[in-house]
Design a protein around this ligand. Structure first.
Ligand code: MCN
Ligand code: FES
Ligand code: FES
Length: 907
């Protein structure tokens, strides 16, 4: 043990700790200072930043033994509190800089240390500082963070009043379309919001800590599991294996289409007969401490017969490949597209044909917060599972039969989540903690390391695509042919739906009268495919958007003008044969044109022999909703004090479910003149909330938003008197009028048929993206110097939320274009190794322009926004590389060595 006298947040403290305990663990677990977040746990993300003797340190990698006696330590708790916010915290709120908020404490602490030594930093100084201190954010694209630091510095210098940063409610009381800060903001910027791991360590005594025994091979038969030694290890309460699971021990993938050759019951909760992918959970050790659980997990012996591992779609499709799930072919679902006439004759007659092979890979989600959750039995004997789930009702039904428990005896709750980007559309640890809790009868808590997060949660499914366009001399598209294979990993959940996205979004945005194509879902042994922001559109549209540039070159046409010629106009239909609900793309291209021309001139002027500069554009489209008649239910209740509660599931990844739900309800309830703070949100708990549906497919603002509007309108209907005024709660009770109403909205849509034809989405989002890049000739390294995004997301509900979505999404698109991958399980298992974009990889210059076309089916005209900025900006980056140096990358990511090889081949 070591003993240190420390000064922590201005108070003297005597610390007695094990020398190798990390400072982060000490601050969190011994002092309860849980503003200190543990993300990567290995010094790569800065979420654990604290100030020690004036220097920013990453406390996850800082041992207690390194602390000098008398060290002065500051955590976020010592910088400001909800009642006394520091100017940095106010600025963080004003710029919407806390989305999921998991990185916020680390950034604010880091910025405080910067401003302590430099009150007048330039934007570049701030960016250099965050780069140096490895402060990583996956949500915001960094620009709002730099804006916030600049404003806070101005306040601290006395050049700006802090009041100028505070939001003022407009005179008409309307918050719709404003920068009203999100309700969870203050808790996020003060570190008082408890995420899963904060709640986990505050669980009562007797809570068991879990450690997983995981497969370290990608495909194997299990011959035996020996837990005998592990069970005798100190502190072990139980080693849970498949034998302890009472139900089917499978998570059902809820097969969407009858033509799927699998039955959906393919993912074990705990492996029994086979290992299907690296990281598969084989056993769970439940012990008194995490240390004990991990030590015992290392002693579980698993006897395996290793089988050939099929790590990509082509490998698993080979003639001699064995069936990964015996009885189900590795190609288990096929989706055709047939629109208009047969295409063969068009390709024979066309003036110009362009064709290409494209690959978009296994992009990892890389939230800063690793997966985490816990389970316990409540006083009614119900199994309560708290996790990062963004589909509580969905997940409940996916895991209950496998666990062997009636769905009505399970309650699922979403903890505040430090980002998911879609990986939590799949259940991850829910069934594991459920099984451990049922087997031990005790509360259990499981916190993945970042390594486990990366290697054992779903990833974006790679698409292997071949696409052909036929066009006339003027550039009018006549026909398209497409072929796509989806590597969906070993588990089928939502794989068929994802494959349908190829039919819906290859060529989206353009009037293509005749289409033929076919896609297929392939079972492999690489990471299981889970939803990822954009869900199929980043893959599908990458192919058609790069191919558009190839076609433009063949035609000798400008890429923007080719897009302009073919973009949806009245009379055009989508690839699925649907009439678009608005036609904003030509106008958006008109807005882009002068900027594009100016950027091209600038690039030509600034290119040198060493650094080539170029400009690329792309177009992105995505639907808001789950396919077909997507539904959300919402309750609205009036209380005696005149406040109104809204109950539903609008799951929060970090995008701002709270601000969306609040603003939509406030708009719907405006006839009451109710203040925003008098609307209470009861979100994301299956015990109290009707099913608003999962937060995927950028659906919530539209679908849950319409549900909120419907519930509020029913409540207003009950309150409205014949003279147009509104009843009080007491008057409602006296007149025996209900005070709680259930609103429901179903999208007026149809599912796509076997030819991929239908009206799957009531509302779409549209974008034009422009990238300005510099390519270093000696190394092939690409830097994105500026991004411009023109977006039509309908009427903007909250400006900070929408801007934040756009900035954050484009940073992920830059990562997808240039660095991000999870192909090599070892190399890509860390943030750095997987190409996480730090601040210097994302340009400070990001220009956002909105075309707010009123959406007939959106609530008060709004569409969604979440996935638009990751539909296809990466194609703009790739097209810009070609424009800069003539190297066409068709297989992502465009790593320097690939671009260099292209340059050398050209030379
Ligand atoms: N919004 C708005 N005005 C509009 C449309 C939306 O102000 N016209 C706001 C909404 O109120 C909400 C946000 O923008 O706060 C996103 O709304 P929407 O597009 O409806 O998407 P969802 O709420 O359903 O969120 C899911 C979507 C998806 S599918 C992924 S994946 C995703 C995303 O949003 N993951 C995210 N954004 C993310 N942002 C963060 N920070 N972290 C993630 O993990
Ligand atoms: Fe400490 Fe990531 S740097 S948790
Ligand atoms: Fe930065 Fe989510 S707000 S990681």
């Amino acid at each position: 043990m070591i003993k240190r006298s420390l000064m922590i947040n201005g108070a003297p403290r005597m610390a007695i700790a094990k020398p190798d305990t990390t400072l982060a663990t000490y601050l969190r677990e011994s002092l309860g200072l849980t503003s200190v977040k543990i993300g990567c746990g290995t010094g790569q993300c800065g979420s654990c930043s604290v100030i020690v003797d004036g220097k920013v340190v990453r406390s996850c990698s800082y041992k207690m033994s390194r602390l000098a006696d008398g060290a002065v330590i500051t955590t976020l708790e010592g910088i400001g509190t909800p009642d006394h916010l520091h100017p940095l915290q106010v600025a963080w709120l004003a710029h919407g800089a806390a989305q999921c908020g998991f990185c916020s404490p680390g950034f604010i602490v880091s910025a405080k240390a910067l401003l302590d030594q430099n009150t007048s930093p330039t934007r570049e100084d701030v960016r250099d500082w965050f780069q140096k201190h490895r402060n990583a954010c996956r949500c915001t694209g960094y620009k709002p963070l730099v804006d916030a630091v600049m404003d806070a510095a101005a306040v601290l210098r006395g050049d700006m009043k802090v009041n100028e940063l505070l939001f003022k409610i407009p005179e008409d009381g309307r918050i719709w379309g404003t920068k009203y800060p999100r309700p969870s903001g203050i808790a996020k910027v003060t570190g008082t919001l408890d995420y899963g791991a904060d709640l986990g360590i505050k669980m009562p005594e007797g809570t068991l800590r879990c450690a997983l025994v995981q497969a370290e091979v990608s495909h194997a038969r299990i011959l035996g599991i020996d837990t005998s030694e592990a069970e005798t290890m100190p502190g072990v309460a139980k080693v849970v294996t498949h034998k302890d699971i009472k139900g089917k021990n499978r998570i059902t993938g809820l097969i969407t289409f009858p033509t799927n050759k699998g039955d959906g019951w393919d993912r074990p909760i705990l492996c029994d007969d086979k290992v299907y992918q690296y990281g598969d959970a084989i056993a769970i050790v439940c012990a008194d401490t995490e240390e004990h659980a991990k030590a015992a997990a290392a002693k579980v012996k698993v006897d395996l017969e290793v089988l050939p591992a099929y790590m990509s779609a082509p490998e698993a499709m080979a003639e001699d490949a064995m069936e990964i799930h015996p009885g189900t072919p590795n190609v288990y679902f096929e989706q055709k597209i047939a629109k208009g006439e047969e295409t063969a004759s068009y390709f024979e007659k066309a003036d110009v044909v362009a064709e290409g092979d494209f690959y978009v890979g296994r992009q990892p989600h890389m939230p800063i917060e690793p997966d985490v959750g816990f389970a316990f039995f409540n006083e009614d004997g119900k199994l309560c599972i708290h996790s990062k789930s963004i589909g509580l009702h969905l997940h409940l039904y996916m895991i209950a039969p496998g666990l062997g428990i009636e769905p009505e005896n399970v309650i699922m709750v979403q903890n505040p989540a430090g980002g998911t980007f879609g990986y939590k559309f799949s259940p991850t640890m829910e069934a594991l903690v459920g099984a451990a809790c049922m087997a031990t009868g005790k509360p259990v808590y499981l916190n993945y390391t970042w390594y486990q997060q990366q290697t054992y949660t779903g990833k974006r499914s790679p698409f292997f695509m071949n696409v052909r366009f036929a066009a006339d001399k003027q550039g009018k598209l006549l026909a398209m042919e497409s072929d796509w294979s989806v590597d969906h990993g070993p588990y089928s959940e939502f794989g068929d739906l994802l494959t349908l996205r190829g039919a819906q979004f290859i060529g989206a945005g353009y009037d293509i009268p005749n289409i033929r194509g076919e896609g297929r879902t392939v079972c492999t042994n690489h990471a299981w495919g889970s939803a990822f922001r954009g869900y199929g559109s980043p893959q599908s549209e990458f192919a058609s958007e790069v191919l558009m540039d190839m076609l433009a070159e063949k035609l000798g046409m400008d890429p923007l003008e080719l897009r302009y010629k073919n973009a949806y106009r009245p009379g055009a239909t989508t690839p699925t044969g649907q009439n678009p609900e608005v036609f904003s793309l030509p106008d958006m291209l008109d807005t882009a044109r002068p900027k594009y021309k100016a950027a091209l001139e600038k690039a030509a002027k600034n290119s040198t022999a060493e650094v080539k500069r170029g400009v690329g554009i792309s177009l992105g489209v995505y639907g808001c909703g789950l396919d077909g008649p997507d539904t959300a239910e919402v309750d609205a209740e009036l209380h005696p004090d005149g406040t109104v509660s809204i109950y539903t599931t609008w799951h929060d990844h970090g995008q701002g479910a709270d601000i969306g739900a609040l603003t939509t309800a406030h708009e719907a309830l405006r006839p009451l003149g109710i203040a925003p703070e008098n609307i209470k949100l009861v979100l994301n708990d299956t015990e109290f909330c009707p099913n608003g549906g999962p937060a995927g497919g950028s659906r919530s603002q539209v679908v849950v938003g319409r549900g909120i509007k419907a519930a509020c309108e029913l409540l207003l209907g009950g309150m409205r008197k014949s003279d147009g005024t509104y009843r009080t709660y007491q008057e409602m009770v006296d007149e025996k009028i209900a005070t709680k109403y259930n609103g429901k909205w179903t999208a007026p849509c149809t599912d796509c048929d076997t030819n991929g034809q239908g009206n799957p989405f009531a509302v779409y989002m549209y974008g034009i993206f422009m990238a300005e890049v510099a390519v270093e000739v000696a190394t092939g390294k690409t830097t994105v110097e500026k991004m411009t995004m023109i977006a039509d997301v309908g009427k903007i509900v909250n400006k900070l939320a929408v801007d934040g979505q756009m900035y954050g999404g484009v940073a992920q698109a830059i990562g997808l274009a240039l660095t991000e991958d999870f192909e090599d399980i070892k190399k890509h298992s860390t943030m750095k190794g997987a190409g996480f974009p730090y601040i210097k990889q994302v340009p400070d210059e990001i220009e956002l322009i909105y075309h707010e076309s009123d959406r007939p089916e959106g609530p008060f005209g709004a569409a969604g926004v979440g996935e638009l900025p990751l539909t296809c900006p990466h194609a703009a980056v790739i097209n810009a590389i070609y424009n800069a140096c003539g190297v066409r990358i068709t297989r992502l990511p465009a790593l320097p060595e690939k671009v260099l090889a292209g340059l050398q081949a050209k030379a």
